[in-house]
Design a protein around this ligand. Structure first.
Ligand code: SF4
Ligand code: SF4
Length: 138
């Protein structure tokens, strides 16, 4: 295992850029994992993480300082969009959404397809959202 620090652990930008929404039954009051008190209703069938459906989002579960040392306070119980979102460069695939979130906080893009493939896996202390779940607030 590499000693190098995973970029997500000093980022967290995606947890403070997108609306994190998911099917309501992912909340623990419906048999899912996500603590319902950290969520709020979004529509009849959807909920979102509290703090993410505003113009300047920041997930209520995010701990630490963006661009510093960050972690997800509900990592084992985070919703599906957070599990599925991959940092740019994971498996050699560009994730423009990761780049966009990082750029908001002045953080450089992690990857360009012309560079050698990144091999570090992202444990994603703050991860998030696949494109189909990503909606910018406001
Ligand atoms: S997935 Fe990208 S934006 Fe999200 S924490 Fe990791 S590096 Fe930052
Ligand atoms: S990974 Fe954790 S802190 Fe980040 S958006 Fe998901 S629940 Fe929130």
């Amino acid at each position: 295992m590499s000693d190098s620090l995973n970029p997500c652990m000093t980022c967290g930008a995606c947890c403070a850029h997108f609306r994190v929404s998911f099917y309501w039954a992912e909340a623990d009051d419906a048999g899912g994992l996500v603590p319902v008190e950290l969520t709020e209703p979004l529509s009849l069938l959807m909920r979102n993480m509290r703090g993410t459906n505003v113009r300047e989002p920041r997930c209520v579960a995010l701990q630490g300082e963006i661009g510093g040392c960050v972690s997800c306070g509900i990592y084992q119980h985070r919703p599906s969009p957070c599990r599925e979102f991959e940092m740019s460069g994971e498996h050699g695939v560009l994730n423009e959404a990761c780049d966009r979130a990082r750029a908001r906080y002045g953080l450089p893009a992690l990857f360009h397809p012309s560079l050698p493939e990144m091999t570090e896996r992202c444990p994603n202390p703050g991860a998030s959202l696949p494109a189909e779940h990503v909606q910018s607030p406001g």
